[in-house]
Design a protein around this ligand. Structure first.
Ligand code: SAM
Ligand code: SF4
Ligand code: SF4
Length: 341
């Protein structure tokens, strides 16, 4: 094996540590910031079943990524719980050598049906997305009329199954759900669930992103601090994307993911595999490396390892840090629902 294939660093000195795997590009929501209905409608061509990586292919690739240093694996999508028998994949991945943390990001509505099986199969914990406690606001954001209570039931089911600590992701769009920030903070304070506010990102090419719709993290923090005093907490580990804050009165902690106003590319250790098996080294990538083609044409583990290590060692992505006029016209970026959030 060449030296290149062992724990590669990229061109900015970042190690490969995390793997995000999108298991489907489909979703039962149409969040306006992710899969707007006007585009993701009946005419939209989602991937065919045969285009998706099989569970065996995903597990094999995961083993190769862990041999290169990745140890944290997150399943995402689209909505990962739409993938039939996902618990079988979880069982395969939890038995994969080198996987130390196996998690899932979900919109939560299928958790009441799935949480127990996922936990039994070895899933460590879940992150559940929820953008408001108001049915009106949340319904307008998920755009399929799903009610808040359905997601809260999903969170409870995950907690009952032991998929903890549970994180709750809230994407904040100014003028759309920023007035829900305090309600959300109040609701989740003292529950053990960790609420994380995410700046609305310009990912993909369909959500009509505008900078004036981004609510900067410092405004979110200031607003919460005025009502529920908070203080900063040291990161759990280098490369943690969420900046942590704790309530001074001991009622738990929150996080903010400020990818727009305080980008963290310098510590970005994440590789992503799309549902059809392309390797991306940045959420804002315009093209990926086709691992599925290599797998299906008989590539050995050694060759795959070399391919992945080479891509990683050539990586220089720092989109969020360079976000500016010069990077905004470089090509059609892939969608979040395809590459996985
Ligand atoms: N369907 C699952 C869910 O919603 O949790 C998993 C996939 S989703 C693409 C992963 C995360 O990305 C979610 O927390 C979602 O809110 C977030 N997300 C999607 N589009 C975003 C955007 N434009 N800006 C910031 N976060 C976004
Ligand atoms: Fe679906 Fe998640 Fe995207 Fe919403 S954010 S449309 S739930 S993939
Ligand atoms: Fe990582 Fe790309 Fe996001 Fe920067 S913009 S943190 S390189 S995914």
């Amino acid at each position: 094996m060449s030296n290149l294939a062992l724990n590669p660093f990229d061109r900015l000195g970042r190690r490969l540590a995390d793997l995000r795997i999108s298991v489907t590009d489909r979703c039962n929501f149409r969040c306006t910031y992710c899969m707007p209905k006007e585009i993701f409608n009946r005419d939209y061509e989602f991937l065919n079943r045969s285009a998706l990586l099989s569970f065996e292919e995903i597990a094999r690739l995961t083993g190769i990524f862990t041999s290169l240093g990745a140890s944290k694996v997150r399943l995402t999508g689209g909505e990962p719980l739409l993938r039939a028998r996902l618990e079988s994949l979880v069982a395969m991945l939890s038995a994969t050598q080198g996987v130390s943390d196996l998690t899932l990001t979900t919109n939560g509505v299928l958790l009441p049906r799935k949480a127990q099986a996922l936990a039994a199969a070895g899933l460590s914990r879940v992150t559940v997305s929820l953008d408001s406690l108001s049915d009106e606001v949340f319904g307008a954001m998920n755009d399929v009329g799903v009610k808040v209570a359905e997601v809260l039931l999903g969170i409870e089911a995950a907690a009952a199954a032991g998929l903890t600590p549970i994180k709750v992701n809230m994407v904040v769009k100014r003028g759309v759900n920023d007035h829900s920030i305090l309600d959300m903070a109040e609701h989740f304070r003292g529950t053990g669930y960790i609420l994380r506010f995410i700046e609305y990102m310009d990912v993909g090419a369909t959500n009509g992103w505008r900078l004036d719709e981004v609510m900067p993290a410092h405004e979110i923090i200031r607003g919460i601090n005025q009502v529920f005093p908070i203080q900063p907490v040291e990161p759990n580990y280098r490369g943690e994307v969420a900046r942590r804050w704790r309530y001074v009165d001991g009622e738990g902690e929150i996080g903010v993911i400020a990818s727009v106003t305080q980008p963290f590319c310098g510590d970005c250790t994440r590789a992503r595999i799309s549902a059809d098996g392309k390797l991306y080294t940045c959420l804002f990538a315009t093209c990926g490396t086709d691992l599925r083609e290599a797998v299906r044409s008989g590539a050995s583990d050694e060759l795959l390892r070399h391919m992945i290590a080479t891509v990683w060692s050539e990586r220089a992505d720092q989109y969020s840090e360079l976000r500016s006029a010069e990077t905004s016209g470089i090509g059609q970026r892939v969608e979040m629902s395809y590459i996985g959030g």
